[in-house]
Design a protein. Sequence first.
Lengths: 536, 318
Amino acid sequence: MDNIIESKNMILTKLNSKLSETFSEDIYRSVVDNTNELYLEANPEHILEICTYINTTLGYPLISMFANDEQSLCDKYAVYYVFADREQGILLIIKTLVDPNKMEIRSITKKVHAAALYEREINDLFGIVPVGHPNPKRLVFHSNWPQAEHPLRKDFDVKHKLDFAKEETDFQKVTGEGVYEIPVGPIHAGIIEPGHFRFSVVGEPIINLEAQLYYTHKGIEKMCEGQSIERCLYVAERISGDETFANSLTYCQAIEKIAKVKIPTRAEYTRVVFAELERLTNHLGDLGGLCLDAAYGFATFQFRMMKGWAYWIADELCGMRFLRSVNKLGGVRQDFILGKELKTIEELKKIKSELEDTVKIIKSNSMFIDRVENTGILQTKIATDLNAVGPSGRASGLCFDVRKSFPYEAYKQLEFNIPKHNNGDINCRMNTKIKECFESIYLMIQAIETMPSGKLLEPVKTFEPYQCAFGLTEAPRGENIHWIMTGENNTIFRYKIRTPSFCNWPALCHAVKGNIVPDFPIINKSFNLSYAGNDL
Amino acid sequence: MKILLYIVIQLFVIMMVAPLLNGIIKKIKALSQKRKGAPIFQMYFDLYKLCKKSSVVSDVSSWVFKVTPYIVFATAIAAALLVPVSTMIAPEQLPGDIIMFVSILALGRFFMMIAALDTASTFGGMGSSREALISSLTEPSILVSLFTVGLISKSTSLLQIMNVMKDKGVPLVHPVYIMIFFALLTIIIAETSRIPVDDPSTHLELTMVHEAMILEYSGRHLALMEYGAAIKQLTFITLLVNILIPHDQLIALTGISAVMLSLTIYLIKVIGVCIIIAIAEVSTVKLKLFSIPNLAALSFILSVLGFLQYFVLGGRYV
């Protein structure tokens, strides 16, 4: 363990000196936090150059970006740019300060494309204007929200009732002979969440797709501020219904880092079991949905049946199919696995053999394969630029998984593979998910079999205020990042959530281009992104 | 007098049986998915329920929107009257022929397409354009298939064709008829909006064809549209089974019992075709929209092959 910290430290020191050399005058301060997080405070004037250097020369993708109202600490707003070195497992955070009288930052979108949505988000939530942004449209709030109201500023009063602004929403216009727009949503057929899709099409082929989401903005980040860390765990669990465990795990991880708590080994293994169970359930549901959209009834119901079995396992283990209240800060609530090992493994093996048979059948159905092959291709270049994460990224040739690059809980001790495909079409996403299902089953069986006995909870004590840490986990949809800055008395000062869906929505819009309108639902389903997890 | 009796019996059978077919197909599909499924009489309940409800009509729509359900239903009924469920109940002569049959259905479809455009909703136009694509591809195949059997029986009247086919015994052993049978079966799948051409049970508006066109309809209007579609489906199946698998020649009885027996055998044949359609739905998936022309081409080639074989082999051997 010490070796790892040592080597991480060395890498960080090297990186730090390298950056300080290149931008000697623009980097003011550097702090290493939580063994693998390097915070550099940089000159806002040269932020574009610094970020471009990190992104293109060093090749670190921008994985998150957020602002923070730090007026109570240093009389300024702060903007954080988070880059990740996924090979070494380190995070590089560039922090710049924004003057509250000016409220402007230089936009880095033109060089670092992944920043596009983050900058628009910051503009809406904090009113920090990204100067030079190619498309500075509002993102989080629509035309009915007053321009001047920015809820994540500390002086914003949540009880204050806002006026109803009536402005026009304009979408990207595509013009030309025979081009017309198809507005779809925000209310859709079927029980799904709201989102508006504006297609520009010529006949059936799609030229452009613009998605307007955020119809269910709940103000989660604002709501958590000032709340105790125990209460916020319940909020974290409810960010997105089908990623309950992943989000609570990420939250716990961040808090445990701040509190310097090392959770007991048995709790680590238990968390692996539940995280993988959630992944299995979600992937089975996704595969079923994919088959449903291709009108492949038989396969749909096979997958739904298996998803039901996976839910039963969750119910047997913790009495809650959606895995709520399993995690607790510093471990897990109780011993969920004890005495149920054999039964669970038996059930998992049943799912495995049924899955093998079903996969064999669907792969030999040439009509189905014809439907999914070469449809909805997400090119590797676009996936890299937009930082597409999770199975969608791995289907487009990006090979990274938080479980390998930033090992957490017991993943380091367990053996598993990361499937990867290169074509980026629906077929690849489907195959990636199928393989991940088998890997998840394998991981769960391993974890249950090798789990040591012992304690399950290490209580979290009162810690110093104004510390921050990242929680980083692989949710079923991909890389999930929570950043927490704590306040006085174990409360939350700022809670930034970035779910995988946030990164993958723009990727979906690109993957759809050039396909035909009736193929959109199946492409959409192959990504299966969360609205709730995106519209925080 | 006989023609009146024919109309009464024909209408009664068609209208009673048509909704049953959807129930049977849905039931078979449900069983293949390890589900219990809805009762096979569900569509009767649905139609009854819809008839009791009032219809919501968009403010921006014109008279076309309101009149279309009646036209669709009327054309379906009119087309159904041209295809006797049994030659025993039919009069000696029946007005109308193949061309009229195809054009009556085309009239209904034309109104359905413009009514979908009338409300100016997003999905209506999409459904219309797709329906136009599919129907323009399948229509030649229907005509060639029917003209081939018309050539054999030297008539374009559907009743006349049935009578000639009946005299020939069981014709499904000859390659011409096998080609025509499968050509027509493919057309039925396309015309009745079934998988792999369209998915009748989907909720995804963007992928719909037939459903997209009737999306704006509700209440009584919707009932008429759905009933019309069910009748059209039964009419096509009747056409297929009564021309290519005739059965009336096997019945030695006379009088009312012969008619009853004939209708029973007819029902069995129709249910048999429903089972084939259900199996096709279960074992295939929806095609890409741009692959549908391939399916239509397959059907067209089959019908043309059948047509050519008539000349190659010589009419008298068929």
